[in-house]
Ligand binder design. Structure first.
Ligand code: SAM
Length: 244
């Protein structure tokens, strides 16, 4: 009960900071890294995920995809069995660890983009602790500046486009970055676009694009809850891209 109240206050502090100056971290991310290094077994992704969830439930809120939406992400990854995955919004690497641990394809690769350099460094260390550095590359955002690097990384794996894209960054960029991926040929027939936070705080322009383009983006809507706060509702969308 008290942990829930403290977590909610920590969520409030985050929302206040985010609203007034965007989120560059407030020390909680460094504390999370320390907790993971001390408490999670090295080379064990499940142990890393468990440690992050434990820390996030113990009073400090984190904007990780979390446990409930994380299970929807796990099953979408298992269903698609992608070789090449793109994540927009690494944060501390929680979802990157979750996805990379479930990549079964022998030449699989996850490229993840993060805007804040010191948070990208924390993510790299957490991903390394999980033993997944060889599968995951964290690049600095924005996507528009990384197109050439992404294309040359994909070429090294004999790939040209992503089978699965996890969109979890700036909500105003969901639509423009999706359109950029389409324009640059970085998604193809059957690519899956998984979007977090479509219910809270929401991405109205991407939501209305999905609704007005049902043949291009064949979409399943999953009702869920905000990470670590079960009484605030959220939604994720899982869309299959069709080349028209
Ligand atoms: C909700 S968090 C991502 C959580 C992460 N996917 C997870 O579940 O563990 C959003 C992150 O997107 C980053 N971000 C903001 N604008 C971005 C952009 N244009 N490109 C990539 N990342 C961005 C933020 O710095 C923040 O770390």
């Amino acid at each position: 009960m008290w942990k829930g109240v403290v977590t909610f206050l920590s969520f409030g502090k985050f929302m206040g900071g985010f609203f007034f100056h965007g989120w560059g971290g407030d020390g909680r991310e460094e504390q999370l890294l320390e907790y993971v290094l001390e408490n999670a077994e090295r080379g064990n992704p499940q142990s890393v995920i468990q440690a992050v969830d434990e820390f996030a439930r113990s009073g400090t809120w984190f904007m990780n995809v979390g446990e409930e939406k994380g299970r929807i992400l796990d099953s979408s990854i298992a269903k698609k069995n992608p070789q090449l995955v793109l994540e927009l919004g690494t944060y501390c690497g929680y979802s990157a660890v979750r996805m990379a641990a479930n990549l079964k394809h022998p030449d699989s690769k996850l490229i993840s983009l993060e805007l804040t350099p010191h948070i990208a460094d924390i993510a790299r260390r957490i991903i390394d602790h999980a033993g997944l550095s060889s599968k995951v590359e964290v690049l600095l955002a924005p996507l528009s500046r990384q197109i050439d690097t992404i294309k040359s990384t994909l070429a090294k794996t004999n790939g040209q486009c992503f089978d699965f894209v996890f969109v979890d960054h700036d909500k105003d960029l969901y639509l423009p970055d999706y359109l950029l991926l389409k324009e640059k040929g970085l998604i193809d027939e059957g690519s899956v676009i998984f979007a977090d936070n479509m219910g809270f705080p929401g991405s109205p322009k991407f939501w209305s694009y999905i609704q007005s383009h049902p043949q291009e983006l064949e979409t399943e809507v999953h009702k869920s809850a905000v990470e670590y706060i079960s009484w605030i509702r959220d939604t994720v969308t899982v869309s299959t891209f069709h080349k028209l």
